[in-house]
Unconditional design. Structure first.
Length: 118
């Protein structure tokens, strides 16, 4: 059984910063990539950032403000969010493509609320 546990969400004023963490645990053989998605009320879930090996990819809306990083020894991915805007308000979900046995599959965290006040 693989679990993703997120932490670090909360309420912050516009222009502020938050750091999200997501730790993967369980019978993990290999992690291909990890990332963050978000979903605001009434909107579809969208990709925020993903990291695979040494490569990163960001949504245009967060480029230059958010930074994703990964600690392979801890099976943990981080999302540093700076210069936050009210439109960044959403539930943020951690995602990881993990091989627990013989094949890879997607895993999701439970989500953490980020609220940015104007």
């Amino acid at each position: 059984q693989v679990q993703l546990v997120e932490s670090g969400g909360g309420l912050v004023q516009a222009g502020g910063s938050l750091r999200l963490s997501c730790a993967a645990s369980g019978r993990i053989a290999s992690i291909h990539h990890m990332g963050w998605y978000r979903q605001a009320p009434g909107n579809q879930r969208e990709l925020v950032a993903v990291i695979s090996g040494g490569s990163t990819n960001y949504a245009n809306s967060v480029k230059g403000r958010f930074s994703i990083s990964r600690d392979n020894a801890k099976n943990t991915v981080y999302l540093q969010m700076n210069s936050l805007k009210p439109e960044d308000t959403a539930v943020y979900y951690c995602n990881a493509f993990i091989a627990a046995a013989l094949s890879y599959q997607d895993y999701w965290g439970q989500g953490t609320q980020v609220t940015v006040s104007s």
